[in-house]
Design a binder for this molecule. Structure first.
Ligand SMILES: Nc1ncnc2c1ncn2[C@@H]1O[C@H](COP(=O)(O)OP(=O)(O)OP(=O)(O)O)[C@@H](O)[C@H]1O
Ligand SMILES: [Mg+2]
Length: 427
């Protein structure tokens, strides 16, 4: 069964790069989600792999076959790529019943007898729970039901590679959750390779074996969901995954000879950052400079190639935010970004409210769901979101104490990348 290899795949319209120099391997049998904000290039990428959009340059291989190569002029049409797809704007045949819509793709396949088709249609319609509607026409179905018919139609021919572009977007929250778990089972049962586009980070996290996180036409990180969660490569990926979002706090300081970074005041206490793996800041920055120089040199080479067009994309819209009480009216602070300026990333589940806690705060808001409570803690003007497991009840305005338990992340404010994970120690 096929793996998909993308090498230096670029799609641009004039000077606007929908996808810039994407190289990645989608392993056989994996469930890869393409995730990123609206307009970042997810659909474009999927359409290029499926053959519905012609890349400006690069090479795409599915299984043993090169399906696109700008250098040698190969461009295999979509229907010869042996893939199934389900797009954001799916269209059902309006003059066919649900049954006929689902059976349609099988009827051209000589290996299916009438009885086999009926059996297969029944199987897939059970999976997406549209059994009772087989005789209806698409106009007699709700949006969500139509979407499920479209999913069934795509699944019916048992494609080895399945592309899906926001296939659950029309479903209500409950059905969406149910369909997610069905898709996950389906992936295992069919042994197919799934490539799935979504802008919903929860969906991307829960379904994927690997997440491909894109911002403004540039691949940011391609890793297993929990790796993206615990070791995001930069502030963008840290912020994009996780619900509630990660907390960011500004800090500045210097590293001691023993590796500990003195950070000065954080949430009213004198703190240090203790890296969990030995990390030497100067060495880290030296390696960063080297990597940046190599990338600049690579761009220099590429820019000399025939047909190169200077990128006109405006910079990424992402800016990390430190949550404060006067968020709405607050004036953006101009902060220095030298090599001793950092951003600390604190996942909400690290906040532990307890009487012996090192930090003092006031409860700003408290939202219990029964299973857990999301609290916003106010420390001076700063707000810190925590998730407390269990049925905890807090009063607004109540004074509490808290600790930061477990690994936080230290990012460079200068280049926004992750330096190290480690713990916060209070002096
Ligand atoms: N034919 C085109 N000409 C010019 N620009 C285009 C064209 N098609 C897409 N784009 C641009 O390319 C970028 C990526 O579009 P794409 O559809 O891949 O986004 P997306 O990540 O799927 O977003 P969404 O989540 O909103 O569906 C967008 O900024 C879009 O405006
Ligand atoms: Mg899209």
């Amino acid at each position: 069964m096929p793996q998909i290899v993308l090498e230096h795949v670029t799609k641009r319209w004039g000077g606007f790069y929908g996808m810039d120099d994407l190289s990645m391997v989608i392993d056989d049998n994996t469930f890869v989600t393409l995730l990123g904000p609206s307009g970042c290039g997810k659909t474009t990428t999927l359409r290029m792999i499926a053959g519905l959009e012609t890349p400006t340059s690069g090479r795409i291989t599915i299984g043993d076959e090169v399906v696109f190569d700008s250098a040698s002029g190969i461009d295999v049409p979509p229907n010869k790529r042996h893939v199934g797809f389900l797009f954001q704007n799916y269209a059902l045949w309006p003059n066919m019943t649900v049954y006929q819509n689902i059976a349609f793709g099988l009827e051209n396949d000589k290996s299916y007898t009438k009885a086999m088709i009926a059996e297969r249609v029944e199987q897939v319609s059970k999976i997406v729970k549209i059994g009772p509607f087989m005789k209806r026409y698409p106009s007699e179905l709700s949006g969500g039901q139509q979407q499920r018919v479209a999913i069934a139609r795509t699944l019916a021919p048992q494609p080895k590679v399945l592309f899906m572009d926001e296939p659950l977007s029309n479903l209500d929250a409950k059905l969406r959750l149910e369909m997610r778990s069905e898709l996950q089972r389906l992936h295992i049962e069919t042994g197919a390779t799934f490539v799935y586009v979504t802008h919903d980070q929860m969906e991307a996290m829960t379904l994927a074996t690997k997440i491909c996180l894109i911002d403004n036409g540039v691949l940011q990180q391609y890793d297993a969901p929990l790796d993206v969660y615990h070791a995001p490569i930069n502030l963008f990926t840290a912020d994009f995954v996780g619900n509630p979002s990660i907390n960011f706090a500004n800090a500045s300081g210097a590293q001691r000879a023993d590796g500990v970074v003195e950070l000065g005041q954080l949430f009213g206490r004198q703190v240090t950052f203790v890296p969990s793996e030995p990390t030497v800041l100067d060495e880290w920055y030296a390696a960063q400079h080297e990597a940046d120089a190599a990338e600049a040199a690579d761009l220099e080479v590429r820019s000399k190639a025939k047909g190169f067009v200077t990128k006109e994309n405006t910079e990424s819209n992402f800016k990390y935010r430190v949550s404060t009480v006067d968020d709405l009216g607050g004036v953006a602070q101009e902060l220095s970004d030298s090599e001793s300026d950092f951003v600390i990333g604190i996942r909400p589940e690290l906040i532990e409210v307890r009487d012996t806690g090192a930090f003092e705060a006031e409860v700003y808001s408290s939202m219990p769901t029964g299973m857990e409570t999301t609290v916003k803690l106010r420390i001076g003007d700063l707000l810190l979101t925590g998730v407390i497991f269990g049925p905890a009840i807090y009063k607004i305005g109540q004074s509490v104490r808290f600790d930061i338990d477990g690994n936080v992340m230290l990012f460079s404010r200068k280049n926004t990348r992750l330096i190290a994970s480690g713990t916060i120690a209070v002096a």
